[in-house]
Design a protein around this ligand. Structure first.
Ligand code: GLA
Length: 661
């Protein structure tokens, strides 16, 4: 039935995919059948949802709440990219008004999806696909802009990938604009499974550099949602930074601050780690050491933090009051960490971030905004200069968890500001040891505007290393990425390799090298492919160039933490006794979902590879029993297909032994 495109297309596409799992990477491999549904052919074998609105059905989409004035309906459009009908969104009053699709019960949590859609704004506007999601424990939703494009009254295609976590609430994907709230037309809305081509046999970065320094990455809650990303991080990295979630804007709890201010104390900012919870839980579960980022910064810190009565429109507070707020803020953050996450090894924390212009001057005073290119500093506004840095380190030293080293972190650290950084550290440490190290962000560029003109040059970068190594302080590379235009990946590989060679040369002064993200598509500089892994988790040539030629010892592939494998064994014995199996749950996560079907297909294609201990993705004895949903004694593609049918509601119970269908 055309109205039920989600089910019909998925079932067709998935069963076609299952027929072809003999391909090398059998995660929903390309089917060889011509199975046209709408204007999408079954060559789009991974499609889980598609509509071109030709049947006039817009029922999967709704406006975003009561105050959204949008009117959503199917209309004819002679410019429709496919067929004649599109979804029209008129009557929008605010730029955030627009069509939204709830994801719970439609798409699986923990799975990475690709999305593409064609959007036309009535006149010039920036159109955007965004994700609304409320992390467990948080009271406010988060809004993540996934991808933007400019429509000039014509259709523009937006493409990106996304995922959400099992514990997130109210998850929806929606289309909005950045400027006017003009009318929109939308066509060819498609969601597909994002392919996973992670190479389980690639050398692990943390092994390769294990004798020299930690090798880390940064992640965000949404980036970490897919299990596939978690697998990649567990394999390669032994340091984790929260990309946004431990920044003041996410840690400061305004409601609690206001409540305390009501009682007369507006100098004790209250904090919450709720937004960071999924990342902290992940680090704890897999024992991955963390870098805290960041306490004092001019950006991503709410205006109200600096104002009387925590009112963004209020007066700036005095220096004295801000010092008290700063001390209590730092104290409360560390207290929350010690209370709830004392078992995470927070081995480093960026106390202060980005206080200098490229030429080593303090920032201008003000609040970061478009007009000042987001460069003004509210800290400078209140303190008049950079004199807030020293107390920040004094407070951090006083309250930080034991063993947590404290860093001054900055970008363009190879520019003349490097001298100012060295001087700052020396001055602050003159009467004590407050700063443990210098964080070199290292947001580098292999090409500039398409020209083969790297910035910084490798020698310029090496000079900064030399300068910092002489301070006696530790060095950490905290946010490494290196952009490249026009997919000049060979050039990028050479540059990455030269930079790593320089870091290896200074290894005695460096305790961690952290890349700012995992796969290119999730990077803040995604338009210029700056990272080590492709969107499908396969390694890039810059990954190969930095692991080539280094001798290292391989560690065992990551396994589930002991308590978990123990509980699996326990479940196994209970299940054997009672016959109480959860059929379909091949990966033993107590759910039956697409991830199980994918695992079953992989096991069916290459049984040896997925034995426990041989790969990060593996299937236990109990997993095999539960995967055999047609009870024919084996784990095969028929089981994968049945699991998918069950998920799609085409069969009601598992196991399913009706051989007539
Ligand atoms: C700076 C900050 C990081 C991050 C990047 C951009 O480098 O230190 O926290 O915001 O910008 O993603």
């Amino acid at each position: 039935m055309r109205g039920k495109k989600f089910r019909a297309l998925t079932a067709g596409a998935l069963s076609a995919a299952v027929l072809c799992t003999a391909a090398a990477n059998p995660v929903f491999a390309v089917p060889a059948v011509d199975n046209k549904i709408g204007t999408v052919s079954a060559a789009d074998e991974d499609v889980v949802f598609f509509t071109d609105f030709e049947d006039g059905d817009v029922s999967m989409f709704s406006k975003r709440g009561d105050s959204d004035t949008s009117v959503i309906k199917a209309i004819d459009d002679d410019k429709a990219p496919s067929g004649s009908k599109v979804m029209s969104v008129s009557g929008r009053d605010k730029s955030w008004n627009g069509p939204s699709m709830g994801l719970k019960g439609v798409l699986e949590p923990g799975v990475k999806y690709d999305i593409s859609v064609k959007v036309k704004a009535a006149w010039y506007n920036t159109v955007c696909i965004s994700l609304q999601h409320t992390p467990a424990g948080a009271s406010e939703p988060q809004y993540t802009n996934l991808v933007k494009g400019v429509s000039q009254g014509e259709y523009v295609e937006l493409k990106t990938s996304f995922a959400y976590g099992a514990e997130e609430k109210d998850v929806s994907i929606y289309i909005e604009t950045w400027g006017d709230a003009n009318d929109l037309c939308i066509d060819d809305f498609k969601v597909t499974l994002s392919p996973n081509n992670m190479d389980p046999n690639a050398p692990s970065l943390k092994d390769v550099y294990g004798d020299m320094f930690k090798f880390g990455t940064a992640t965000t809650v949404s980036e970490l949602a897919p299990k596939s990303t978690q697998d990649l991080i567990r394999k390669h990295f032994n340091s984790l930074t929260a990309g946004n979630e431990l920044k003041p804007e996410n840690v400061l709890d305004r409601a609690a601050c206001l409540a305390l201010a009501e009682e007369g104390d507006d100098t004790n900012p209250q904090v919450t780690l709720a937004t960071a919870k999924p990342i902290l839980d992940f680090a704890r579960k897999y024992k991955i050491p963390m870098r805290g980022h960041v306490l004092v910064w001019h950006q991503q810190t709410p205006m109200w933090f600096f104002k009387e009565n925590y009112d963004p429109d209020g007066e700036w507070v005095s220096k004295e009051k801000m010092l008290k707020r700063m001390e209590n803020y730092i104290k409360n953050v560390f207290a929350a960490v010690k209370k709830d996450y004392s078992d995470i090894d927070f081995y480093a924390w960026d106390v202060v971030n980005e206080c200098f212009t490229d030429y080593g001057k303090p920032r201008d005073e003000g609040f970061p905004a478009e007009a000042n290119n987001y460069e003004a500093s509210p800290w400078v506004k209140i303190f008049g200069d950079n004199s807030f840095i020293k107390p920040a380190f004094e407070f951090a030293k006083k309250y930080a968890p034991e063993g947590c080293k404290l860093y001054y972190n900055d970008f363009n650290e190879y520019m003349p500001k490097s001298d100012a950084i060295v001087k700052l550290c020396q001055e602050i440490n003159a009467d004590g040891h407050y700063i443990d190290g210098i964080g070199m962000q290292s947001h580098l560029n292999v090409t500039n505007n398409g020209e083969k003109d790297p910035f910084p040059s490798v020698s310029m970068y090496r000079q900064a290393l030399e300068k910092f190594s002489k301070t006696g302080l530790d060095i950490q590379v905290t946010e490494l990425d290196a952009t490249v235009n026009n997919k000049m990946y060979d050039l990028q590989a050479k540059y990455y390799s030269d930079i790593m060679d320089a870091l290896v040369e200074y290894k005695d002064y460096i305790s961690a090298v952290v890349v700012w993200g995992t796969t290119d598509d999730q990077s803040w500089r995604a338009d210029r492919d700056p990272l080590l892994f492709n969107k499908d988790y396969s390694v890039k040539s810059c990954f190969e160039s930095i692991v080539d030629g280094i001798e290292y010892t391989t560690s065992a592939p990551p396994t589930e933490p002991e308590s978990e494998s123990q509980s699996q064994t326990e479940t196994e014995s209970v299940s054997h006794g009672t016959g109480d199996l959860l059929y379909g749950d091949a990966n033993l996560d107590n759910n039956v979902n697409i991830a199980d079907a994918v695992l079953v297909m992989q096991v069916a294609t290459n049984p040896d590879k997925y034995e426990v201990g041989k790969s990060e993705l593996s299937i236990t004895k109990l997993g095999k029993q539960q995967a055999d949903v047609n009870k024919d004694g084996g784990v095969n593609n028929k089981d994968a297909l049945l699991i998918q049918k069950y998920k799609l509601g085409l069969i009601d119970v598992l196991p399913y032994t009706d051989t007539t269908k």
